[in-house]
Design a binder for this molecule. Sequence first.
Ligand code: SF4
Length: 457
Amino acid sequence: MPRVDPRTGRELGRSRWLDETYALASQTETPVASFAADIESEAAETMPLSGDERLLSSLSRAVRAGRTPESEPAVVECLPAPAGVPALGRSFAAARAPLTGGFTAFEGNVGTGEGITLPDTFAPTQLEDYAACPRRYLFKRLLKLNERIRPEATEEMAPADRGSLVHDILARYVRGRLDGAPRDLDRLLAIADECFSLAEQEGRCGAPVIARVERSVLMREMRQFFEEDLLEPVEVELSFGETAAAFDVAEDRVEGDKPVEGPALPALEFPLGGGRTVRFIGRLDRIDRRPDGTPVVSDYKSGKQSTLVSSMRQDPLGFGTRLQLPIYGRVAAAFLGWKGSVRTRYWLTSLRREKPQAAYTIDEKILERLRSLLDHITTGITTGVFPGVPGDETYRPSGPTFDHCVHCPFDMMCPVDRDRRWAAEEAAPELAAVVALGEPPEPDLGSIVDMGELELR
Ligand code: SF4
């Protein structure tokens, strides 16, 4: 029985069933120094072992005897030759990659000839994934790996389910206002109640006792939203570009393919310079107008959003992880035929929020910063570099982790020493664009962002 989980370093307790079984507890227990020592021992010849363990045992003793694992008959015998040998050869290369240094294929150096087709259009949230961690973009957006959704396995409501629920409620309520309904708290609460009941029937709200608390918190959040919702809406859930709804999904929402309601605009073309253009598709949450006619574009964010607040304090575009606002602002100006400035904001709807909003007016400095970040991101994608970039070390209740990995669905797939591997490879010339994403803007743009109370008029 292993004493420690090699992935997390946590001590493992022994099963009480062992202690209750006298024969196992006192007669057959033989302490060994390590798994490796045990499997390399002479006793391994006679021990009952699984096929994988037997292969491991054979290879381990071969290495100890000075031979290479690739030359071992066990490697050939255990797999259907000849196809099996190269496959295992790649496994050896993958395991040795961190020791050889540099930015290898096994660390995400995919290159341009590996059958990965780049999309013609991008959703802002897709590119945000690349800026947060290129490997996440590779897994989620190019290889289309998905988390297995198992609502029965958790007692709590998932943050993405909560975010989707909040967006659905607010979209229905604001669409009603556009259809002529007045501001009405009772109508908002009735929609919230109905949507929550539906989500509960689908098993997305956690255990019954948790669901009761979630419902009560949601109703208080809706009251807070109602107090802050004083501008005049002019559009809600505005889509631009085909298939926008399926791809422009922020990290606080469940991916989906909701049908587009209302008008749909063509994709937004954003020139990068040098003849290059990025075509964006997506869906923005809402456009309002101030009394002087200035459009105000809002993107709702549920949850505490401490990462959003801290990154936007240094860079309004959060080092590429907050691209939605300037892109949605351009879409809103095109939709309204507006030539003046556009105000944009993340509207934080949670009771636990760090700040009520993170807002700024789009100007040439913001657009230049957007251009520069898009340049780095598209360079990284088109040259096929997808390293794991975990960020700084942090902590969560289940143990230590990294800033970018806290809510990442691929946490269990990435190696535990991902920070060490990134540190060892970041100087590689292929990674210049990825490294540039982490550099602060010049000049300093952090003071542009307004994190005070929402503008109510
Ligand atoms: S777990 Fe961390 S390093 Fe791995 S893909 Fe996710 S964010 Fe990147």
